[in-house]
Design a protein around this ligand. Structure first.
Ligand SMILES: *[C@@H]1O[C@H](CO)[C@@H](O)[C@H](O)[C@H]1NC(C)=O
Ligand SMILES: *[C@@H]1O[C@H](CO)[C@@H](O)[C@H](O)[C@H]1NC(C)=O
Ligand SMILES: *[C@@H]1O[C@H](CO)[C@@H](O)[C@H](O)[C@H]1NC(C)=O
Ligand SMILES: *[C@@H]1O[C@H](CO)[C@@H](O)[C@H](O)[C@H]1NC(C)=O
Length: 431
């Protein structure tokens, strides 16, 4: 009996170790993201090519795909152009084909390769670039620590060199938008996990925040599971592309939510409700952006919010506004709380009056000088395409989970309430 037990046990061990080597399937992946102090962009780093090199990319939440400058310093034995009319080109919805590129073949210049229009969404410059694939590696996670590195052999990306305006050292943009070749879609397909990803941006330029590909748990020190207690709201599709260049009929790949009204200190701010819905031409509505450092508002909404916010803080001495902001206070007269300066809360009211995204001082106010705090929203003008663009400062230390299959956003509100931050992921490797 004892010997049979031993044999069974041995086989069990052999099977487990074989599986671990050949078919490790991560449940989720992890990408550290650091805020760049001069551009205020959020920069992620992946590994790409053969041999592998680190590649820094500006995070673009609504971006269509990953694009990388492949024209300079690109050495790889595993680069493959996507041939016109291939399955890769149709997945990418490419409608154009580069039949002939003069010269010797190299990444970004091959005959018979399909092309797309990569967008530098910071400067709003679009170019044309070849679709290709190469090896990408990324760390897996159990939700608590980083785990082993996993690899996607043919990760699709577009070649572009429009790097002006991006943070120094960056070689492209990491598009997390709503397409079949965006980074979340490709990772979900490669490892068969649900089409879910989450971002948790850190406001610190020293301690990184994190993007998770795949479902939770997402644990932050000390033992906060940020995907529990999320509030959910539907994601909307803007039927007209918001990219700098696009093909007629393309929908926007950005993430829109349905803000129905805005409250400050629980009082309704009078705003023109027409601006809050997306019209047939694709104007209006509310989206979330990681390339805008601060929330950008249509002029009429901007004025209404500044007026209401100023009135509810009338006891605090104002100081002359400091650009790009329009409402600033002497911070020596403001108290502080666990969730930042003690200022009126701003509620973005969503599908009904019980569902709202509450913005506290840490996310509404920006410390511009030692004793000056400004309301961190900017005037986008009267011709803005999208009436409310929720920017980076307003989503820092909040966990936002995008569930693409269910087309909904889960948001945590400020993690500071739970005594943690987005910089508190434990990046120590699990032994
Ligand atoms: C494309 O094909 C043309 C004609 O066959 C050839 O002269 C050229 O070198 C090729 N270019 C690339 C990049 O392969
Ligand atoms: C509200 O906004 C819409 C869209 O910009 C505009 O056509 C309309 O005139 C505005 N209404 C008022 C009362 O300002
Ligand atoms: C803020 O108030 C303090 C105390 O009254 C004062 O000393 C300081 O100069 C003020 N700062 C500004 C920018 O007005
Ligand atoms: C971070 O993770 C490592 C590896 O699991 C663990 O040893 C360490 O105790 C963790 N740190 C904290 C503060 O929990």
């Amino acid at each position: 009996m004892a010997s049979i037990h031993n044999i069974v046990f041995l086989c069990f061990l052999v099977i487990v170790s074989c599986e671990a080597q050949t078919s490790f399937r991560p449940k989720a992946l992890l990408l550290p993201v650091t805020k760049d102090s001069s551009t205020l962009q959020y920069v992620a780093s992946i590994h790409q090519r053969t041999p592998l090199v680190p590649v820094s990319l500006t995070l673009d939440l609504g971006g269509q795909f990953m694009w990388v400058n492949c024209y300079t310093d690109y050495v790889s034995s595993t680069y493959r152009p996507a041939r016109c009319r291939s399955a890769q080109c149709s997945l990418a919805k490419s409608t154009s084909c580069v039949t002939e590129c003069p010269g010797t073949p190299k990444p970004g210049c091959n005959n018979n390769t399909c092309a797309l229009m990569p967008d530098n969404s910071v400067t709003r410059v679009a170019t044309i670039g070849d679709l290709g694939s190469d090896v990408v590696t990324i760390q897996s996670t159990d939700g608590t620590n980083p785990g082993r590195v996993v690899s996607v052999p043919q990760f699709l990306y577009v070649c572009a060199s429009a790097l002006d305006g991006l943070a120094s050292g960056v070689a492209g943009m990491a598009g997390l938008g709503r397409t079949k070749i965006s980074m979340p879609s490709q990772f979900s397909a490669a490892f068969s996990f649900p089409r879910i990803f989450a971002i948790c941006l850190s406001g610190s330029t020293n301690s990184p925040g994190v993007v998770f590909f795949g479902p939770g748990p997402y644990r932050f020190l000390l033992n906060t599971e940020a995907s529990s207690n999320l509030i959910y709201t539907p994601l909307f599709i803007n039927p007209v592309s918001t990219a700098s260049a696009y093909t007629e009929g393309d929908a926007s790949t950005e993430y829109f939510i349905g803000v129905k009204s805005i409250k400050i200190n629980e009082k309704d701010v009078p705003i023109n409700k027409t601006l809050l819905t997306i019209n047939r031409e694709g104007f209006g509505g509310t989206k979330i952006s990681t390339v805008n450092p601060y929330t950008v508002l249509h002029t009429s909404i901007y004025k209404a919010i500044l007026k209401a916010f100023g009135e509810s803080l009338s006891a605090v001495p104002r100081v002359a506004p400091i650009a790009p902001f329009g409402l600033c206070f002497n911070s020596t007269s403001l108290g502080s709380t666990r969730v930042g300066p003690a200022v009126p809360q701003i509620d973005l009211v969503l599908q009904n009056s019980k569902v709202f995204w509450r913005i506290f001082g840490a996310n509404s106010m920006v410390q511009v000088r030692d004793d000056v705090l400004c309301l961190g929203v900017v005037d986008g003008g009267v011709d803005v395409r999208t009436s409310i663009v929720i920017g980076g400062h307003q989503i820092e230390d909040n966990l936002l989970q995008f569930d693409l299959a269910r087309s909904r956003l889960g948001f945590s509100s400020s993690l500071l309430f739970r005594q943690t931050t987005c910089a508190n992921f434990n990046f120590t490797l699990n032994a």
